[in-house]
Design a protein around this ligand. Structure first.
Ligand code: ZN
Ligand code: ZN
Length: 514
């Protein structure tokens, strides 16, 4: 190596050689390979390497690159430094990213955004990302849509409100990206009224992004009439709906089971606005038809659309088959899902539940056996609730929360009260092979039930309770929440992996589809 003459041509050749090598070794650069390019003094090759390390999450290769950066004296180069922060972030080495960021004497907007992204994407403390944003403002670096939206994307309601205040203070409240992120944040946190207030403040700004954000927010909360009114209003203002708008209105129709309206929008999109439907639009239509009980039509649409069906389409069809008791199509959908998502135990459980609801006990036994024999593990159910700026998490059968004994005692009392409202524990929803009484016990201790009980203990009456759950809500918890909303005269909002459930006066906004 020493005898080789260093020249640009050599470096280029080495760069090409490296690219080939990286393909051979399945794309993951190793330190030895980085050492091989130690003579590469062309910045483009090193940048290529850094990007590759970030993409393949190769921390060893990335660190070797960093050493090389220092060796050739590029540490002060802003672009190279940004790439290093990005690489560390992708490798989940947040401390190293932070160290590099703090070392930088000159920072660009990208440096700040990359660092904030590193903090939010690695699910670190949100507060640090917020602090950086404030620091950024103090130093006079104007933030852009990426900064605010990356902080907002994971913000809890309290943090989101802080961000809202910051953006107002610095006069960026009317920025369309900031506003649309705020609308999105409030809608995601279950505060549709606050989302609409933000929208009202900026609706005169000429941007379809804001209208789309608001219509999507309404759709997410099953407020179909409001979404439809806004859809008309935006056109009166001179906007043409785009593909995002159509996904939003179709979603709104699907959440409310409005199949005729859904079909109307789908036709309008193709005929009047000359947009070609994407897989997302088809997905909405499958959902709309299935929910309306037109499961055969939904299946036909899957068969004749110009895309391959996604797992979410089969999942939606399977869920509709559960509600309408169509075993034949349920089996077809489940077969596709088992192939596409071999690690998802939920699909097996759903199919077994469909058999159980239709009293097909042999099939139930077969499905359970299949589930037991496969080494599928159900993800542990966890729910989160935010109380006085603090997030409390509960897992199923939780034992570690400091107030857990009080919570269980209160939950027992609540169950007694709900039984007076004809609440019966629906054990069909649990496939544990245990005796009935223990099954009831397990169901009773589902994480969302613990979270809501804790919420009732801590939050003053009249305040809505918001819960986030990592799995799809089960049928028993769904009934429990409906009755609870009636019994306590409270609004309860549960966001599960699939959708928002808005419980009020004993009813849920999802209308039993989830
Ligand atoms: Zn449950
Ligand atoms: Zn619901």
């Amino acid at each position: 190596m020493k005898t080789l003459r260093r020249c640009e041509r050599f470096c280029d050749c080495y760069g090409i050689q490296f690219r080939k090598l990286s393909v051979i070794s399945e794309g993951k650069p190793k330190p030895s390979m980085v050492e091989n390019v130690v003579h590469m003094e062309r910045v483009s090759n090193l940048h290529y390497l850094l990007q590759l390390c970030a993409k393949t999450r190769s921390s060893m290769g990335g660190r070797a690159c960093h050493a090389q950066v220092i060796r050739v004296g590029w540490e002060i180069d802003v672009l190279t430094s940004n790439m290093l922060i990005n690489m560390y972030s992708k490798c989940s080495l947040v401390d190293s990213a932070r160290k590099k960021f703090n070392e930088m004497t000159v920072k660009s907007l990208v440096s700040w955004n990359t660092m904030i992204g590193a903090l939010t994407q690695n699910a670190e403390d949100q507060e640090e990302a917020l602090t950086l944003l404030i620091q950024m403002q103090r130093e006079g670096t104007p933030f852009n849509e990426f900064t605010i939206s990356s902080v907002l994307c994971l913000a809890t309601l309290v943090e989101g409100k802080q961000l809202h205040a910051i953006s107002n203070k610095y006069g960026s409240g009317s920025n369309i990206y900031v506003s649309s992120s705020l609308i999105d944040m409030y809608a995601k946190c279950g505060c549709i009224k606050e989302a609409y207030l933000v929208f009202q403040g900026v609706m005169e700004v000429w941007s379809i992004v804001l209208w789309n954000a608001m219509i999507s927010g309404f759709a997410r909360h099953s407020h179909a009439p409001e979404a439809m009114v806004l859809f008309e209003k935006m056109q009166q203002k001179g906007f043409f709906p785009d593909d995002v708008t159509y996904v939003a209105v179709l979603n709104a129709c699907s959440h409310m089971g409005l199949h005729e309206e859904g079909q109307k929008y789908f036709d309008l999109m193709v005929r009047q606005h000359k947009l070609s439907p994407s897989v997302l639009h088809y997905s909405c239509m499958v959902d709309i038809l299935g929910r309306a009980g037109l499961v055969h039509k939904a299946y036909e649409l899957i068969e004749r659309m110009p895309f391959n069906a996604t797992s979410s389409m089969w999942g939606s069809l399977l869920a509709s088959c559960r509600v309408y008791g169509n075993i034949e199509l349920a089996e077809i959908a489940a077969k596709h899902l088992f192939e596409m998502e071999p690690n998802n135990a939920g699909n097996h459980i759903l199919l077994a539940n469909i058999y159980a609801a239709n009293k097909k006990w042999d099939e139930v036994a077969r499905a359970r056996k299949l589930l037991r024999e496969s080494d599928l593990k159900k993800e542990r159910g966890t729910s989160w609730i935010e109380i006085k700026n603090k997030i409390h998490s509960f897992t199923v059968g939780e034992r570690n929360h400091p107030l857990i004994d009080e919570i269980y005692a209160k939950l027992d009392d609540l169950v007694v009260e709900l039984k007076k409202l004809n609440y019966e524990v629906d054990t069909d929803n649990d496939l544990h092979d245990v005796e009935e009484s223990r099954k009831q016990m397990l169901l009773r201790h589902h994480s969302e039930k613990l979270a809501i009980t804790f919420g009732l203990m801590c939050l003053p009456s009249g305040i809505p309770i918001r819960i986030i759950k990592n799995l799809r809500i089960c049928g028993d918890c769904h009934i429990f929440m409906k009755l609870m909303s009636k019994f306590t005269s409270r609004e309860i909002i549960v966001r599960d992996t699939n959708r928002f459930h808005h419980f009020r006066d004993g009813f849920c906004s999802c209308r039993e589809f989830w």
